[in-house]
Design a protein around this ligand. Structure first.
Ligand code: HAM
Length: 447
């Protein structure tokens, strides 16, 4: 059997792994300026963290979650022993907001009277979706959560930070759409849900079976249905922004005013409902306008003022977002391809530029290789990326190798150079050669 990565997963080969690290670093550096601190939570949690936190009736929890059972647990189930208790069931995280909220309560990270706490994270998430371009079963998110602030300026700050992040990555603003909506709160949403439910039932003959089935449990999901006929019907459904209570209306308008003041362009989309149940009030999504196909959401998020209570914490407002690393990569790759084809687009990805070896040490015999080994250590200690031949290749094939790995310089060491404490340095771009004293080598190599 030829082993391959499972469907919907993939290996991050060096270029992608490097891009992930670079994008993660750009996010962490930028978010730090907004007061975000790194956090890591487990890749798997008790199932209930997700069923309670994200909601049973969401696709993410109800259909797409990977459950994890230990071998011992599985053997017991197969042997017909006790069915596992829910508290013993584990699940791979489909997202990290629920885990962060659980951690906040578990470690009492926001005692009463404390300042806002802000977290940034990056890692793999798991959802059993049908794999396609930009949609994977294991994918990576970079996310930010801000806890403790109920005010609309906090919403605007988070959204501005997200947009600054995309511009730091070089994704041109005109290639993205920022959609905004309010999901209301406990005061206005129940009545709105009932309105949408009634609307769905009144159009049950033209809506798909899934939308009708969810009319009672999760009617707002019908706004996200991919079926064209459902989309046409839902276009005329009641709009939440028409029925927001005064507090939610005021909050939403204030968020928009802050964004206007910050010069952030947005589109209001009353049909933006997002796929997770914890949202209250502001929700947002950034979509790529081209290059991503159907999976065009680069990132999204919103406010979740009731989530902390779900985990037994005191009522604590919160909000955040997550971006999809793979989608960002696709957007950056599309820009690179356009540029390579002579397109005039701005921006793009320095994130792909794998660091190159600065100098390849080529040696003519065993004695020179011994000297090169020591020289390589010294150069690396001085901060210079070095590679050398270990296998005793011919000088010609060492040069070929240096070319292949795009070394900026080749340093040739032979008996004469060893005797004189020099190295013959060839600049691989200009093909010029010079004899350099070893004591001056670091200085010559520093870019
Ligand atoms: P989400 O919209 O489910 O939100 O996911 C955020 C982003 O993750 C999406 O916009 C997309 O870029 C990426 N993504 C989602 N599913 C996949 C997939 N199967 N393959 C590749 N990329 C994917 C959340 O997860 C919330 N936790 C965001 C949040 C944080 N809300 C508040 N705080």
């Amino acid at each position: 059997m030829a082993f391959k990565a499972p469907p919907g997963t993939y290996d991050l080969l060096p270029e992608q792994a490097y891009a992930f690290n670079s994008i993660r670093q750009i996010a962490f550096d930028l978010f730090e300026r907004y007061g975000y601190q790194p956090i890591e939570t487990p890749t798997f949690e008790h199932l209930e963290v997700f069923t309670h936190g994200i909601g049973d009736a969401t696709d993410v929890v109800g259909k797409e979650m990977y459950l994890a059972l230990s071998q011992r647990g599985l053997s017991a189930v197969l042997a017909g022993d006790v069915p596992p208790r829910t508290s013993e069931m584990l699940a791979l995280r489909p997202e990290q907001t629920a885990g962060v909220a659980r951690a906040l309560v578990q470690h009492n990270l926001l005692p009463p009277g404390a300042a806002t706490v802000k977290f940034v994270y990056a890692g793999a998430m798991f959802r059993h979706e049908r794999p396609q371009k930009g949609r994977y079963r294991e994918f990576r998110q970079i996310g930010a959560e801000c806890l403790g602030a109920a005010e609309p300026s906090a919403d605007a700050e988070v959204i501005v930070m997200l947009m600054r992040f995309f511009s730091a990555l070089g994704i041109p603003r005109e290639r993205m759409r920022l959609l905004l909506n309010s999901m209301g709160d406990d005061v206005c949403r129940p009545a709105y849900r009932a309105q949408v439910r009634d609307y769905i039932l009144a159009h049950a003959d033209v809506l798909c079976a899934d939308c009708v089935r969810r009319a009672d449990t999760n009617p707002l999901r019908a706004f996200d249905c991919k079926s064209e006929s459902c989309q046409a019907v839902m276009a005329d459904a009641p709009r939440i922004t028409d029925v927001l209570c005064a507090d939610c209306r005021g909050h939403y308008d204030a968020v928009l005013a802050y964004l206007d003041a910050a010069g952030i362009a947005y589109e209001e989309d009353p049909r933006l409902v997002r796929g997770l149940d914890y949202y209250t009030r502001t929700v947002f999504e950034v979509q790529a306008i081209q290059g991503l196909g159907a999976q065009n959401a680069l990132g999204g998020g919103g406010r979740y003022d009731r989530l902390i209570e779900v985990f037994g914490g005191k009522p604590t407002p919160g909000l955040g977002f997550a971006v999809g690393f793979e989608r960002i990569l696709l957007a950056l790759q599309a820009l690179e391809e356009e540029k390579a084809a002579g397109g005039e687009c701005e921006g793009g990805g320095a994130v792909f530029a794998l660091p190159r070896v600065r100098i390849f040490l080529a040696t003519v015999d065993d004695q020179a290789r011994q000297a090169a080994f020591e020289l390589a250590l010294d150069l690396r200690d001085a901060g210079i990326p070095v590679e050398m031949d270990h296998q005793g290749r011919s000088l010609k094939s060492q040069f070929r190798l240096a070319d292949k790995i795009q070394a900026a310089f080749v340093g040739i060491l032979g008996p004469d150079e060893l005797a004189d404490k020099t190295i013959r340095l060839r600049d691989m771009a200009t093909r010029e050669e010079a004899l350099v004293a070893l004591e001056n080598l670091v200085e010559r190599l520093v870019p």
